[in-house]
Design a binder for this molecule. Structure first.
Ligand code: NAD
Length: 526
């Protein structure tokens, strides 16, 4: 068996493997629970200093971190490809470029997005009061990512957290520990304070130790099962969390869609990263009138894809990341076969390339009742199912516990947008799929079991701060009518507060002035 399939922990080391060859890439010591606690403590001390840095200084350092990435781009792309198996092309297009874009946006725009905000307080402002919201950083953000985007996900989350004034402790996936260490090195080389970004190495127990070490928020990316464990552990100390979990994303192709674009995106959306995307096209629903033609184009394009090592520039599909993941794909494909669906192409490993290579697989005759149409596959499979009406397409798309992203394909944009609103998913694209994680300005996160909270965008930034309300009274000469002592006059005044002032009408409120003056005189008398 390929050594990448064996346990990644040997005694107190994590062993990093190249999934294409099974060759060892490196060994990293596992941090103990006590060390994790120390790291969180150091992070919290550093936070006290980091939170006081100006946005200009944070921006300078973030732009420096971008320069470090640009200088070492090929080396980083090679490392991502070696450790995760994805083609170098994808490491560049789907990890490094989006991370750089997000970092420049976060560096330039965070100050603006977190600008103190004056809020309207209605008639209270007539009494010389005003309110504003300022955004305070939370403290230590514990980031626990998955292995499928080992660079762009954690570095993007760290960049936003740091710009907002937090410090971060990242526990990379045990399948991609070297990419995790590289992220720490990038921030160090850029000149960030020593403990502003720390990397904890280890597997699930170390992730659990990070939650137990009580960071001020957890930003987790991974499976629903682990997400539930994290939510349970975090609840003990009321630690807030963002959970970015699995998906079973539908692509709905209406009868008036641009078929060539739909076929290209179906292939890319289902097979990029060997199908190991949370927002992969996991289910394709196509109108019956165009099903045959779309399927023909998809199969043709799929058959042309080259499998191989990610370092070969012509390779579109690399190995899957682990034996465990390949076995899930095998099981799902078998389930489809047994249920009478047709495997049009693929449907098996490619042992000539290596044990973790699985051929891109197109399946027709898929139906929602077949189990793998309900469970996340996270592999290179594209099951196709037909529908006849828009309502049926929406019902099929929503028939899942997941709701991460979805797409609708049509030349009639307003019809597409109307359908999009009926789909239960955090992001719905019209004539696109999958790629909006690469637009840092847009929020990312799921409905239903696909997650809680958001990363990216203004919404994601708000997860990394706490709003603080500053309320000011500029006129202290007059007492507030609600002060003590209470009396019959007080009760009469409060009745008028309820019936006049609380109506929001200036006209009605003006009528309570005599009662108000009576009450003020009463309070002044003591
Ligand atoms: P996983 O849940 O097995 O592991 C994710 C991370 O959690 C790893 O770093 C792991 O070491 C850590 N972990 C495991 N047990 C833990 C525990 N008890 N406490 C704390 N940390 C623990 O997931 P995976 O196999 O690495 O990733 C695949 C999953 O991630 C898929 O379901 C995929 O859809 C999802 N994913 C979601 C998004 C998104 O944005 N929604 C993005 C990428 C991946």
């Amino acid at each position: 068996m390929n050594s990448a399939a064996t346990d990644h922990k040997e005694n107190h080391f994590l062993v990093s493997f190249d999934p294409a060859t099974g060759n060892e890439l490196g060994r990293i010591g596992i941090d103990s629970a006590a060390e994790v606690v120390e790291m969180v403590d150091r992070s919290r001390q550093c936070f006290q200093q980091w939170r006081r840095t100006s946005f200009a200084e944070r921006k300078r350092l973030m732009m420096k971190a971008r320069e470090v990435i640009l200088e070492e781009m090929d080396e980083i792309a090679g490392l991502i490809s070696a450790e995760s198996g994805k083609p170098v092309a994808e490491a560049l297009a789907l990890e490094i470029a989006p991370a750089l874009d997000l970092m420049q946006w976060a560096a330039r725009e965070t100050e603006k997005m977190l600008k103190p905000r004056k809020i309207g307080i209605g008639l209270f402002s007539l009494m010389g009061r005003s309110s504003k919201i300022i955004y305070q950083p939370l403290g230590v953000i514990g980031i626990i990512p998955a292995w499928n985007y080992p660079f762009s996900i954690p570095i993007g989350e760290a960049a936003m957290a740091l710009m907002a004034g937090n410090t971060v402790v990242i526990k990379p996936s045990e399948l991609t520990p070297l990419v995790g260490l590289k992220i720490g090195e990038i921030f160090k080389k850029a000149g960030f304070p020593k403990n502003a970004v720390q990397i904890v190495s280890g597997a699930g127990e170390t992730g659990a130790a990070l939650v137990d070490a009580r960071p001020d928020k957890i930003v987790f990316t991974g499976s629903v099962a682990t997400g539930k464990k994290i939510a349970e552990a975090a609840a003990k100390d009321l630690i807030p969390f963002v959970l970015e979990l699995g998906g079973k994303d539908p692509m709905i192709v209406l009868e008036d869609a641009d078929l060539d674009a739909a076929a290209n995106v179906a292939v890319w959306g289902a097979f990029s990263n060997a199908g190991q995307n949370c927002a992969s096209v996991e289910r394709l629903f196509v109108h019956e009138r165009i099903a045959e033609e779309l399927t023909r184009r998809i199969i043709e394009k799929t058959k042309r894809l080259k499998l191989g090592r990610g370092t070969d520039p012509d390779v579109s599909i690399g190995p899957m990341s682990s034996e465990r993941q390949v076995r899930i794909v095998e099981k799902h494909v078998n389930d489809f076969r047994e249920a009478g669906a047709v495997i049009e192409t693929g449907g098996e490993r490619d042992p000539e390339k290596g044990e973790l290579f699985y051929k891109p697989t197109v399946i027709t005759g898929a139906r929602n009742e077949i189990r793998p149409m309900q469970e996340e596959t996270f592999g290179p499979t594209l099951p196709i199912c037909t529908f006849t009406t828009d309502e049926e397409a929406v019902a099929l798309a929503n028939d899942t516990e997941f709701g991460l992203t979805a797409s609708v394909w049509t030349r009639d944009i307003s019809r597409g947008e109307k359908l999009a609103e009926k789909i239960e998913a955090g992001t719905v694209c019209i004539n696109e799929h999958l790629y909006t994680h690469g637009i840092g300005q847009t929020p990312w996160g799921g409905f239903k079991n696909s997650g809680r909270g958001r990363t990216h965008g203004q919404e994601g930034l708000m997860e990394l701060v706490q709003p603080q309300h500053i309320h000011t009274n500029r006129i202290t000469l007059l007492p507030d009518a609600w002060w003590m002592p209470y009396s019959a006059t007080a009760i009469q005044t409060f009745r008028q507060f309820a019936t006049k002032f609380a109506s929001g009408s200036l006209f009605k409120t003006a009528k309570m002035l005599p009662q108000l003056l009576k009450r003020i005189r009463e309070i002044r008398r003591g």
